[in-house]
Design a protein around this ligand. Structure first.
Ligand SMILES: NC(=O)C1=CN([C@@H]2O[C@H](COP(=O)(O)OP(=O)(O)OC[C@H]3O[C@@H](n4cnc5c(N)ncnc54)[C@H](O)[C@@H]3O)[C@@H](O)[C@H]2O)[C@@H](O)CC1
Ligand SMILES: Nc1ncnc2c1ncn2[C@@H]1O[C@H](COP(=O)(O)OP(=O)(O)O)[C@@H](O)[C@H]1O
Length: 275
């Protein structure tokens, strides 16, 4: 018996319907760090907006409001003063990114937990992963299967100390099972693994991506597709490929700020194949 081919992510990209409106298109939240650490959230938010989320809101500690407000236009801003207030602010969001420059402290842990109790699908990156070093089960027990973890190898080791000895593919597959969530093990050939056993290795990586903040952009791209109701595993595969394609299109001199601005060209090429 032959198994039906898994749908390729290109066939499930969320192109907007004629009668869509911005809220129906998908609402994305990105949690910012404190006043001196807001750039990572702004990169992720801009990437999420560029990849098609209809409404994007940065959720920030009160001290960061005056820093972020003059640095955004289409992106909205909501300050929160506690984990409960964060959950309230995220109540009507479809997807949320937490972790980029969030801070390695108890507040970030509490914020991840609070967001996990909302209906939003989560992308947990960077400090959102690092804060669970030593007690990863505390993270895994609050995750849903449509949540996504996006560790680089350093962050992966903090949550899964010996798994990489099995090789990157086996490690990512086991990590996804243990976490009960999609795991994106970043690197030269990024591995994407789902808790149901689906596994994919990205094939268009480029070293131009080895630049500060490129991972923050990727987190925003994945969550931006998830906010548009794309399956989390497909969203991760699609975003990882588009992220690399955007970097290839730019080439030498690429910095993370350039990546969101290359997304339209990458989307346009995919759209021309879809219609
Ligand atoms: N514009 C911004 O505001 C930016 C903020 N960022 C944030 O800054 C905070 C600290 O970033 P750091 O880069 O110091 O933290 P990392 O956790 O990335 O790096 C700390 C250590 O982890 C190890 N490591 C890093 N990348 C690795 C890899 N790919 N493979 C193996 N080991 C690796 C290295 O030993 C490194 O010294 C994070 O919250 C991050 O999200 C960064 O994303 C860069 C841009
Ligand atoms: N040499 C490389 N080849 C391909 N991709 C790379 C390379 N170096 C880094 N990347 C990609 O760049 C991104 C870096 O993410 P991350 O380490 O989280 O950076 P940051 O924390 O600065 O945002 C990942 O998507 C990773 O796969």
């Amino acid at each position: 018996m032959t198994r039906p081919a898994l749908p390729d992510w290109r066939t499930t990209l969320p192109w907007p319907a004629v009668d869509v409106h911005k809220h129906a298109r998908g609402r994305l939240g990105v949690v910012s760090g404190k006043a001196t650490q807001t750039g990572a959230a702004r990169l992720a938010a801009r990437a999420g907006l560029r990849i098609g989320a209809g409404v994007v809101r940065i959720l920030c500690p009160p001290d960061a409001t005056a820093v972020i407000a003059p640095a955004i236009e289409a992106i909205m801003l909501t300050p929160f003063g506690s984990d409960e207030a964060l959950a309230e602010a995220a109540a009507n969001l479809d997807a949320v990114v937490i972790g980029p420059a969030a801070g390695i402290n108890d507040a970030t842990q509490a914020n991840v937990r609070a967001l996990a109790g909302t209906g939003a699908a989560l992308v947990v990156d960077a400090d959102g992963l690092t804060v669970f070093e030593g007690w990863p089960e505390d993270l895994f027990e609050v995750l849903d299967r449509d949540d996504v973890l996006t560790p680089h190898e350093g962050e992966f080791r903090r949550l899964f100390p010996v798994l990489l000895e099995q090789g990157r593919e086996a490690a990512a597959a086991e990590a996804a099972k243990r976490a009960g969530a999609v795991v994106v093990l970043k690197g030269v050939a990024t591995v994407i693994a789902a808790p149901d056993g689906r596994l994919s290795v990205n094939d268009n990586g480029t070293p131009w991506l080895a630049t500060a903040g490129s991972g923050d952009v990727l987190a925003g791209m994945i969550a931006g597709l998830m906010a548009q109701r794309m399956d989390s595993f497909d969203a991760a595969r699609a975003a990882v490929w588009m992220h690399a394609e955007a970097a290839r299109g730019f080439g030498p001199g690429l910095i993370a700020e350039d990546l969101p601005e290359r997304i339209p060209a990458v989307l346009a090429a995919l759209y021309s194949q879809a219609v």
